[in-house]
Design a protein around this ligand. Structure first.
Ligand code: PBE
Length: 268
């Protein structure tokens, strides 16, 4: 450190994730709006980003990542969001459940459950942490469903079983969505008798898939800000069942040991 600026210390790089993610677009906008001209947003994946964070953190090195809540990284490391006085990353946001047109008529049981599905950031974080601790996603989801029977009972109460009918859930390999999509799959199979395929895709194809009818449902729509472009592009071609989780956040995240507080501090 010494007198080197934060920019020099991190080579003016922000460690991003997959290029289709909404936080990548928000971060490009942040670089413009905060006039961070020498800065570069590095594309990668959620897994590469958390690997880079882990390595930097263990060595007490500076690093700036694109981050979001709920995420297991906040349980594992002492981190902070950089303040965003211009509000580039948006205000209140929720994760929505979105289904294809016609799902209600074709699969009324799945539709009724998906319409009711709602849980908390703490619920989701539990599944995420279990996966991070080495459990397979299906295993972590099954354990969560078992351990939260009252909540799950209410989601499926009085809904008829589906006798092995097939459903496709699309999702992106973001740790939050790996957790939620596996829990929803578990409820659909274990409690409602569906046969469920998970399609792991990029964000653009996920929205195209739910809008074109190639996927039946997603529980991974971050609205109104993070996925605004996708939402607007495909508007009218999907059915938005509303929030399944409240209390998300996105932004630039750094280890708490770094002596910066705001995105504006990156200018100096
Ligand atoms: N995320 C996690 C996604 C939505 C879920 C914040 C990385 C995104 O930026 O699109």
């Amino acid at each position: 450190s010494g007198s080197a600026t934060v920019g020099d210390q991190v080579k003016h790089e922000i460690i991003g994730i997959d290029p289709g993610a909404g936080i990548m677009k928000s971060t490009e906008k942040a670089l413009k709006d905060y006039e961070l001209k020498d800065w570069k947003l590095v594309e990668g994946s959620g897994a590469a980003m958390t690997a880079a964070l882990d390595k930097a953190y263990k060595n007490k090195k500076p690093i700036i990542i694109t981050g979001w809540t709920p995420h297991w990284m906040f349980a594992k490391y002492d981190l902070k969001y950089l303040k965003d006085p211009k509000g580039v990353y948006g205000g209140d946001e929720q994760i929505h459940t979105v289904v294809r047109q016609g799902l209600k008529a074709d699969h009324p049981s799945a539709y009724s459950f998906l319409d009711r599905f709602e849980w908390t950031p703490e619920d989701m974080a539990k599944v995420m942490v279990a996966i991070q601790d080495g459990k397979k996603p299906e295993e972590a989801a099954a354990e969560w469903v078992k351990g939260n029977a009252a909540k799950v009972d209410a989601w499926v109460k009085d809904i008829a079983k589906a006798d092995g009918k097939k459903l496709k859930l699309a999702y992106v390999a973001w740790d939050s969505e790996i957790a939620s999509t596996n829990v929803v799959k578990q409820v659909l199979t274990d409690r409602l008798g569906y046969t469920v395929d998970l399609l792991q895709v990029e964000a653009g194809p996920m929205w195209a898939g739910i809008s074109g009818g190639d996927a039946d449902a997603i529980v991974a729509a971050w609205l109104p800000t993070t996925h605004k472009d996708y939402y607007d592009k495909f508007k009218g071609k999907f059915e938005d069942l509303g929030p399944n989780l409240n209390g998300t956040k996105t932004g630039l995240v750094v280890p708490a040991y770094m002596e910066i507080e705001s995105i504006e501090d990156l200018k100096t």
